[in-house]
Design a protein around this ligand. Structure first.
Ligand code: GDP
Ligand code: MG
Length: 448
């Protein structure tokens, strides 16, 4: 539709357009819009007019006359019995009539929820409520306006905004905070070093003096800056030495849980302070790699209780440590077993499947869900084989290539963490885990 976007000065104010024109029997009015012939019950009509007064102003400012007319026409087409109202459940289909099939799954979900809220009392929605709902949707939820989108007469150039954003982000650099949890000796430090192809975490096989197992769970965070093709990443690795190594491991999740919440609190304090930094430093844990010992026996009670305590505050990715110590059959059976345990214990692992996902997200997440928990092998020292430098573990009976997908799922994990889902892990942390924390904290303080 070739319309210049709002505000449109040369258009008639909405009070004189569409709806009322028809009621006055104006010959200019579109044929479809004839509300006057069969008026809805008096009470309903009065309520509708009242609603109209309060929101027509908003409609005038936000949509053009022809856009409003399109909404009205679609509503009338949906109101086949000419009752002046449509069922709340029908809204999604009417919107499809106006915009076309353009909304994403999550946008449709928002629309349906809003529609249900508006029609909660009566189960139906009147024209004004429908228009308000649509105006709200178009201005707060989606830029997919389909048939209501305004066409351009030529190239304007705002597509360069992506490049502008890229420059800005490159200047700032990125942050990513990873946590590793699991008993000592499972290869956590080795795996982190393998992931980032650098010595970002101290392993127990280096020449440095061996680390003593602490008496309680400790939280150690080390930060590095690494750079690849001008992209700088401030990478924080939080290790949890002592986890699962005590005589009584009942509460060993607690220091980890506290640490995660402490970072949320730090962020919230910064966000709420009167003089705040332009860019709030983000020390919130974006991802927790949970290491499962390759026992072949399924999850331990400790694994279940710990993951269940942590799954509401952090994105958990379960991995089977030292997968080279199992045969392929053992590994597959073990994976099945763990999957069953996770489902039975209702542990939420990343990516969460609780919310409906858009098609592209679903496609990106499906293989991850199929492969979890990822059976990984780590080794931070490359070996030279046939003049090629390869990351792997040499044993007497063979060579396990870390990055070979036929040997283990390390590369799958690396691709997911660094190449496909890093931003989503950060977004989920911010939009779900931090948001839960924030909501709870503020409501405890008595905020509405
Ligand atoms: P952490 O205590 O969990 O951080 O474990 P480390 O990374 O320090 O590794 C402990 C020991 O396990 C070292 O001797 C590593 O060489 C070894 N290791 C690490 N990853 C693997 C692996 O994938 N497979 C095998 N077989 N050994 C590993
Ligand atoms: Mg370690």
């Amino acid at each position: 539709m070739a319309e210049t976007g709002p505000p449109v000065l040369d258009e008639e104010p909405i009070q004189k357009s569409g709806l009322e024109k028809v009621e006055e029997g104006s010959p200019k009015a579109p044929v479809e819009i004839k509300l006057s012939s069969e008026a809805p019950p008096k009470k309903q009509r009065r309520a509708k007019l009242k609603a109209k007064d309060s929101s027509d102003k908003a409609a005038t400012q936000l949509l053009t006359e022809s856009q409003i007319t399109a909404l009205e026409n679609a509503f009338k087409a949906g109101d086949v019995e000419d009752r002046g109202v449509v069922d709340a459940g029908q809204v999604q289909f009417i919107v499809q009539q106006v915009l076309g099939d353009v909304l994403t799954v999550s946008e449709v979900r928002t629309l349906v929820q809003k529609g249900e809220a508006v029609g909660a009392a009566t189960g139906v929605i009147n024209l004004q409520e429908f228009k308000d709902l649509l105006i709200d949707l178009l201005h707060t939820t989606t830029t997919r306006w389909g048939a209501l989108q305004t066409s351009l007469d030529g190239y304007v150039g705002f597509d360069t905004v992506l490049e502008q954003q890229r420059k800005k982000f490159l200047k700032k650099g990125f942050e990513f905070n990873l946590m590793v949890v699991g008993e000592s000796g499972l290869g956590k430090s080795t795996l982190v070093n393998t992931l980032f192809k650098s010595k970002v975490s101290r392993t127990s096989c280096t020449n440095e003096p061996p680390q003593k197992i602490p008496k309680t769970v400790e939280i150690n965070t080390v930060t590095h800056v690494i750079e690849e093709k001008n992209v700088r990443l401030r990478l924080s690795i939080t290790d949890t030495p002592g986890f699962g190594d005590q005589v009584n491991n009942e509460n060993c999740w607690l220091p980890i849980y506290d640490q995660i919440n402490k970072q949320f609190d730090k962020y919230l304090t910064e966000e709420r302070s009167v003089v705040r930094r332009k860019q709030i430093p983000d020390s919130r844990i974006h991802c927790c790699l949970y290491f499962i010992a390759p026992t072949g026996h399924g999850l331990k009670a400790l694994d279940i209780s710990c993951m269940k305590k942590l799954h509401d505050v952090v994105n958990i990715i379960p991995v089977i440590a030292k997968a080279d110590t199992m045969t392929i059959e053992e590994r597959d059976a073990f994976k099945d077993r763990i999957r069953e345990d996770i489902a039975e214990a209702e542990i939420k692992v990343y990516p969460s499947s609780l919310l409906p996902e858009d098609e592209d997200v679903l496609q990106a997440n499906a293989p991850i869900r199929k492969h979890l928990p990822l059976a990984v092998v780590g080794n931070d020292r490359a070996l030279t084989i046939n003049n090629k430098s390869i990351l792997g573990r040499q044993t007497k009976w063979g060579f396990v290539e870390v990055e070979n997908p036929n040997h283990c799922e390390f590369s799958f994990l690396r691709d997911m963490l660094l190449r496909t889902h890093m931003q989503d892990l950060k977004d989920t942390t911010h939009e779900e885990h931090y948001e839960n924390y924030r909501r709870q904290k503020l409501s405890e303080e008595g905020n509405p």
